[in-house]
Every structure is written in structure tokens, then in C-alpha cells.
Design a protein around this ligand. Structure first.
Ligand SMILES: Cc1cc2nc3c(=O)[nH]c(=O)nc-3n(C[C@H](O)[C@H](O)[C@H](O)COP(=O)(O)OP(=O)(O)OC[C@H]3O[C@@H](n4cnc5c(N)ncnc54)[C@H](O)[C@@H]3O)c2cc1C
Length: 441
């Protein structure tokens, strides 16, 4: 396999390198189905290779991440994901495999078992998981654990970091993320759940919706209001953040039946008198919104990378099918009506990939403004949607059959378009903050 490296940037591989050497993971070579045995390939038909690693722009650390994650994911074939989608059983084997080799701590400090790498590497990890065929199901199984605890890393006390980060990185505890509420949706600052101090506890009352992995998670990072809205100067004040046990004796967790990603649950949470120890508050009381915002740009970049991976998986299947399926005496991919939309999708996905790289690099350098992270998520999700739809249409009737997996990808690709922030809110952000247009809401 051709390996082109740029001089390594920011090469702090820590645990990942140790786990890679444990795996004896050299360069993982994946064969293109169209390559002829014994004939040296003159070019890389990259979109048809299973987890091709020859992107010429990857840094050495990104390439190492991609190869090691590819190797783990190759143990989870398409059929694993199809049956998980049918049985709705959480893919704990993938979570455990990634935890075993230290990958859940990719962005966490090495002091607590992490690898001190950046979002540039984590986005490659999440793209690769999705691209393996695991899609949003595989990515969502670990997503919050990868970067959701950034508020604890940045604002937690030393005691909290040891108590919370170490078991998370080891895979002994799983976290979920509770922000969205049924009555307020994207208007986060008006969320209605409350936390009231009572001795050594805060007593939480209210509800959350769409909370991913709450059926399996031991812990939750949850945002609630500690000072009523009418008693603060700005709506962004008076919110507080807790990282605490998701105690099912005090919280009712109800699964939401949904369109795709069936193996990774989504839930409504109800609580009325949930006692949360005061030691589980992260950062200062009433400062929770500012704290949680710290991780938002990174989350958008990671979701964009996941959308991209899913779309490359769809495009790979479409290109292979278009080469193999013959109708009217020729491969369907010889028709430009089939070929050009796929070529157009590859270019749009690569453009989105560059925006993701740009946003991740800037984030890792400390750039805090959100335009690139938002744009990366938007462009990747929209390009991914078109690629997944085209993959279904390329397969004709078989696109509708579970056997070819692309219908599952199409169901999953709606998620990065909706969450963690919708397309419309990103357009609002760019319109207002970048173009200086009047705020529309
Ligand atoms: C599969 C899945 C997993 C999720 N996981 C989690 C999770 O783990 N934790 C969590 O906290 N949340 C999670 N979410 C919630 C997700 O972040 C929200 O669904 C998303 O933020 C949109 O909020 P909403 O559904 O309340 O939409 P609403 O706020 O009701 O908006 C509905 C529509 O109106 C549009 N709209 C609203 N206001 C405006 C405006 N001012 N201008 C233009 N358009 C507007 C929106 O863009 C959207 O299209 C998940 C959602 C899904 C589907």
C-alpha cells in the first residue's frame, strides 16, 4: 500500500502508540475488489477500497490512528451491524475493543490514562469507525465518551478528574449527555429542568429528551437551571452542570422508538426529586452554560467526521455495485446518469473533509470561534445525505433491501443533519455572526 506522509505535526501518541504496538499493527493493507491479482495498481480507486488509508494529506499521527482503528473495526463486519440494527442490541463489543486499546481516552490527559491527542486525530478515529460500515451506530456507541467530558477535563477538580475520567477511559463506565428538553428544544437557554440545593444534595426536577445511550450508561452529564430565568441578567446565566450517576431508582428512562441507529438507544428522562450529591457539580454553580459550550465546537467537528465516514461507506458500496451490476449488456456504472452523481458526491465529500481538517486543526490550535466547526458539520452532513441517497438509487430495487446495507445508511444519515444542532441554526449562526445580518430569532 502506498504511504505518503507529511512531516508529522503534533505527534503525541501516548497510549495509542502502545496499543498499536500491542496489536502489531503495521500498515493494514486492504485490497480493492477491482484489483487484478498479480497486476500492480497504477492508481488508487480510493473510494472503492475498504478503509483506504492513502489520503495524501493525513499527518503521521492521523495515519497511525486510521490504521489502528481500521484494524479494530475490521473485526465488526457489515453483517454484525445489520443484525444489531435488527436486534436493537447495543454494540458493547466495539465499545470494549476500543476501550481495551486505550482509544476512549484519545483526547483525554495522559495523567488519567488518555493519549493527549487532539480533535484532528479524534475526527479521523470517528470517521474511520463510521466508514468501516459501523455508521452512526458504531460512532454513537462511543461518541460522548470521546469528547463529552471535556467540561470535566477543563473545569473539574483533581478529585473529580480521578473519579470520573479514569473509569470512563478504561471503559468501566459509560456516559450520556443530557441537554435537550421536550418543551424547549434548540432554545437551550430556556430549558425548564431545575436543581435546588438541599444540604449535601441538589434536588433535580424536570425532563430531558433524545438522550442517547441512557439505557446502558452508568453516568450522565446534565445541564439544569439553578437560578430561575426571571432572576438572572442574561438567559445564559443561572444554569449548572452535573456529572453524576444515572440512578434509575430516581430517574425514569423511557426508550423512544425511532427511524435508524436502532442499536444505540434514545430516551426520554423524567425526574422529580432526584438527589444529586453536591460533589458532582462541575465548575461553579450558575456557570454551566459557559462550561458546556467548551465542548460544542469539537462535538460538531466529530459529528461531521462521522457523517463523512458513513457517506464514504455508502459511496464505496455504490461504486462497487455500479461496476458489478450489468443491465442492457453493460455495467450500470458506465451510464453517466449513474456515474456522475457518484463522482459529484466524492468531490463534495472531499471538500467537506477538508473543512473538517481545517476546523479540527484550528480547534487544536486554540481557535474558539464556531464558524468552521459549524460549517464543517453542515457541509459534511448535507454531502453525506446526498451520497447515501445516491447509493440507494444506484442499487435500484436492491437499494431498498437490507442485504445491501445502504438503506440503513440512509436512515442513519438524518442524525447528523438534525443533531447536535440543526441545519437551520447553523445557517442562522453564519448569517448573523459572519455576514452581520440581523438575528432572526
Ligand atoms: C438520534 C438523536 C440523538 C440525539 N442525542 C442527543 C443526546 O444524546 N443528548 C441531547 O441532549 N440531545 C440529543 N439529541 C437532540 C438533538 O440535539 C435535537 O433533536 C436537536 O438539537 C434539535 O432539537 P429539537 O428536536 O428540539 O428541534 P426543535 O427545536 O423543535 O426544532 C424543530 C425544527 O425547527 C427549526 N427551528 C427551530 N428554531 C428555529 C429558528 N429560530 N430558525 C430556524 N429554524 C428553527 C429547527 O432547525 C428544526 O428543524 C438527539 C437527537 C436525535 C434525533
Amino acid at each position: 500500500m502506498m504511504m505518503i506522509h507529511k512531516p508529522s505535526q503534533n505527534l503525541r501518541l501516548g497510549n495509542c502508540v502502545r496499543s498499536i504496538s500491542r496489536l502489531h499493527c503495521q500498515s493494514v493493507s486492504f485490497q480493492s475488489p477491482s484489483s487484478v491479482a498479480g497486476t500492480p495498481r497504477q492508481f488508487h480507486a480510493r473510494a472503492t477500497e475498504f478503509l483506504q488509508t492513502s489520503d495524501p494529506d493525513l499527518t503521521k499521527s492521523q495515519q497511525t490512528v486510521r490504521e489502528a482503528i481500521s484494524k479494530i473495526c475490521s473485526r465488526f463486519p457489515d453483517e454484525y451491524w445489520r443484525t444489531r440494527d435488527e436486534s436493537k442490541k447495543f454494540p458493547s463489543e466495539l465499545h470494549s475493543a476500543l476501550a481495551r486499546d486505550g482509544w476512549l481516552g484519545i483526547c483525554m490527559p495522559s495523567r488519567y490514562g488518555g493519549s493527549d491527542l487532539g480533535i484532528s486525530e479524534a475526527s479521523i478515529m470517528m470517521q474511520t469507525i463510521a466508514e468501516s460500515g459501523a455508521g452512526m451506530t458504531g460512532a454513537s456507541a462511543v461518541h460522548i465518551n470521546i469528547f463529552g467530558l471535556e467540561p470535566v477535563v477543563k473545569f473539574g477538580t483533581e478529585e473529580q478528574k480521578e473519579r470520573f475520567l479514569i473509569p470512563l477511559i478504561k471503559g468501566e463506565e459509560r456516559a450520556c449527555f443530557g441537554v435537550t428538553e421536550p418543551n424547549t428544544g434548540l432554545d437551550t437557554l430556556r430549558l425548564q429542568s431545575s436543581a435546588t440545593r438541599d444540604g449535601d444534595y441538589y434536588v433535580l426536577r424536570g425532563s430531558k429528551i433524545w438522550i442517547s445511550t441512557a439505557q446502558v450508561a452508568e453516568k450522565i452529564l446534565i445541564l439544569t437551571r439553578t437560578t430561575p430565568l426571571d432572576k438572572v441578567k442574561k438567559p445564559s446565566q443561572g444554569l449548572s452542570l452535573f456529572y453524576t450517576d444515572l440512578d434509575r431508582t430516581q430517574v425514569e428512562v423511557k426508550e423512544i422508538p425511532k427511524m435508524g441507529r436502532a442499536a444505540v438507544d434514545s430516551n426520554t428522562l423524567f425526574f422529580d426529586g432526584w438527589q444529586v450529591p453536591k460533589e458532582d457539580m462541575i465548575g461553579e454553580e450558575n456557570n454551566g452554560f459557559k462550561i458546556i459550550m467548551q465542548g460544542m465546537n469539537a462535538e460538531r467537528i466529530l459529528i461531521g467526521a462521522e457523517a463523512l465516514g458513513l457517506a464514504f461507506a455508502a459511496l464505496r458500496r455504490a461504486a462497487i455495485y455500479a461496476s458489478e451490476r450489468a443491465v442492457f449488456g453493460r455495467p450500470i456504472g458506465q451510464n453517466q446518469g449513474i456515474q456522475h452523481p457518484l463522482a459529484d458526491s466524492w468531490m463534495n465529500l472531499e471538500a467537506a473533509r477538508l473543512m473538517i481538517c481545517q476546523a479540527a486543526r484550528l480547534y487544536d490550535q486554540g481557535y474558539a470561534s464556531g464558524e468552521y466547526a459549524n460549517a464543517a458539520k453542515y457541509l459534511a452532513a448535507e454531502a453525506a445525505f446526498r451520497a447515501c441517497e445516491r447509493a440507494v438509487m444506484t442499487h435500484g430495487g436492491m437499494g431498498y433491501a437490507k442485504e445491501y446495507h445502504v438503506e440503513r445508511y440512509l436512515r442513519e444519515v438524518f442524525i447528523p443533519r438534525i443533531a447536535p444542532v440543526s441545519r437551520e441554526m447553523i445557517l442562522n449562526y453564519i448569517g448573523e455572526r459572519i455576514l452581520g445580518l440581523p438575528k432572526s430569532y
